[in-house]
Design a protein around this ligand. Structure first.
Ligand code: 6GU
Length: 275
């Protein structure tokens, strides 16, 4: 996957050199380039912002540098579809496929694990990191003719700019790429994979500061362990994220699940429908 990030603070993205993302970059699975927006300014002050039309506090990022940046980074001619067969010899740089432009903003659609899976299937992501009160909307209205443009928020709170959100989104996406995560099984059991939060985990020693690891996990009875984990995931989700539980597709909960939730004091609406 190819990733271009445009920002006025390139140093903010330096964590992308570290840990598993750094390793995926070094291994050539992830091609990330960070660009300084001011490269696309032409005045002596390298101006990127101005006062908002209509009044109001703060500054808005001017469209010209952003337009030039996206012109340079988003190929004008989008291939109709991906080639059916990969070329026999992989080229040094992956060929540009259709581009997806991501604008991190607290006014965006919520970023979710499902969206991360969607982005992980793309060939080319371009992140436009705004600062101040945001970027002139015409930049994205114009880019929408050439690329799929998504305004995305990482949560209901406000950051200074999109850079930290890009770190969050790229970490979430890159661990879904084939070969980036050492143990792909980790993706199956983690929180949000099945719409439930993950269960508590334990390791040695069996007793620590007078606290025991739950007996069931040491029983070797795999059916009992699976059931216990399911119960814990259900109850934890009911307590912490009732919204997730309510959003489960119908038929996700069987009679035993419903009994566990009801027994834990979490009545399930429509429970008599459970298999
Ligand atoms: Cl994506 N950007 C900014 N600036 N603030 C945010 C955000 C993004 N998501 C939540 N708050």
């Amino acid at each position: 996957m190819r990733v271009d990030i445009v920002t006025i603070f390139p140093e903010y993205l330096s964590p992308l050199d570290l840990s598993l993302i750094g390793r995926a970059r070094a291994a050539g699975q992830l091609h990330i380039t960070v660009h300084d927006l001011r490269r696309w300014t032409h005045d002596v002050h390298r101006t990127v912002d101005d006062t908002p039309y209509g009044g109001g506090p703060g500054m808005v990022m001017r469209p010209e540098p952003w337009g030039a940046a996206l012109d340079a980074l988003v190929p004008a001619e989008q291939p109709a579809e991906r080639p059916a067969e990969p070329p026999p010899e992989p080229p040094a740089e992956p060929p540009p496929g259709p581009s997806r432009v991501i604008v991190p903003t607290p006014a965006g659609s919520p970023f979710t694990q499902a969206m991360a899976h969607e982005l992980a299937a793309e060939d080319h992501l371009v992140f436009a990191c705004g600062r101040y009160e945001g970027i002139d909307q015409r930049v994205f209205d114009h880019a929408a003719a050439r690329a799929n443009v998504s305004e995305i928020s990482i949560g209901d709170y406000v950051l200074f700019g999109g850079e930290v959100a890009v770190l969050v989104i790229l970490e979430t996406v890159s661990r879904l790429l084939p070969g980036v995560l050492g143990n792909a099984d980790s993706l199956v059991e983690e929180s949000h994979a099945d719409g439930l939060l993950e269960t508590p985990v334990y390791t040695k020693p069996a007793t620590w500061r007078g606290l025991d690891v739950p007996e069931v996990l040491r029983s070797g009875d795999h059916a009992r362990i699976a059931r216990w984990r399911r119960d814990q995931a259900l109850l934890r989700t009911a307590v912490r994220r009732p919204d997730l539980l309510a959003a489960l597709p119908p038929d996700t909960l069987d009679k035993r699940d419903v009994a566990v939730l009801t027994g834990g004091g979490f009545p399930v609406p429509g429970a008599d429908m459970a298999k």
